[in-house]
Write a protein that binds this ligand. Structure first.
Ligand code: PGA
Length: 253
């Protein structure tokens, strides 16, 4: 059974001074737990501030995006070695906002996942269907395609270093989270798809849920054995609600 992972995706929120305050508040409130990992994913420019503050804590650091190239003439991009040296352990790849607002494809996401792994960064690979796809009964086929292409040319053992984040697009930032039944059903399907494809133990795959997770709905979600944590947007911008969700996760770990 993988450890539970609670990730705060700050998106494009907080200046450096605001980030410093939020990280200090999280550190002050958080009681570490042996089987729950707490991680923050602030914007690039605040990563250094966060890394300095988190160095002596158990809270880990992720970036929200990464370039698939090591270095070169790629204006505005940030490479895996840069993030690694900064102290990032992980990186969110393929978030639906990156896919839908910035044109990322399953193919470009695959390149980023492979580049991240190559440099020792653990990808948090986001997949999820849009509302119209769910309504057309295409949820499984959409996710299967995202997984097949996004994880192409990888081996089963790479899954030890990848977390899958199931984030239905219709649940992100809408206040309308998936029900425990909906999330469990898709998590179980993802687990079965990956375990069959690589002939690996389905229980070793870490799959977290994202989309309007709050301190109010977290407990029900975490009671599902298929849900190994959460990727949190809005509710992670408040130290109390973020740490509360992590504490709720310890109850089921
Ligand atoms: P939300 O965002 O919690 O605000 O819905 C989740 C995400 O985008 O990862």
């Amino acid at each position: 059974m993988p450890n539970t992972l609670i990730v705060g995706n700050w998106k494009m929120h907080n200046t450096i001074s605001q980030a410093e305050t939020l990280i200090r508040d999280i550190i002050a409130l958080y009681q570490p737990h042996p089987t729950v990992e707490l991680m923050v994913a602030p914007p690039y420019i605040t990563l250094q501030t966060a890394a300095n503050l988190l160095k002596t804590t158990s809270i880990t650091l992720a970036a929200q995006n990464v370039c698939a190239k090591d270095e070169g003439a790629f204006t505005g991009e940030v490479s895996p070695p840069m993030l690694k040296e900064l102290g990032c352990q992980s990186v969110i790849i393929g978030h639906s906002e990156r896919r839908h607002l910035f044109g990322e494809t399953d193919e470009s996401i695959n390149e980023k996942i492979r580049a991240a792994l190559h440099h020792g960064l653990q990808p948090i690979f986001c997949v999820g269907e849009r509302l119209e796809e769910r309504e057309a009964d295409q949820t499984h086929s959409v996710i299967q395609h995202q997984l097949q292409t996004g994880l192409a040319r990888l081996e089963g053992k790479d899954l030890d270093n990848i977390t899958i984040a199931y984030e239905p697009v219709w649940a992100i930032g809408t206040g309308k989270a998936a029900t425990v039944e909906q999330a469990t059903e898709v998590h179980a399907a993802i687990r079965a798809m990956l375990a069959t494809h690589w002939d690996i133990d389905p229980g070793q795959i870490r799959i977290i849920y994202g989309g309007s997770v709050t301190a109010d709905n977290a407990q029900a979600l975490f009671q599902s054995p298929h849900i190994n944590g959460a990727l949190i947007g809005k509710a992670c911008l408040n130290s109390e609600s973020f740490v509360k969700i992590a504490q709720i996760a310890t109850l089921d770990s």
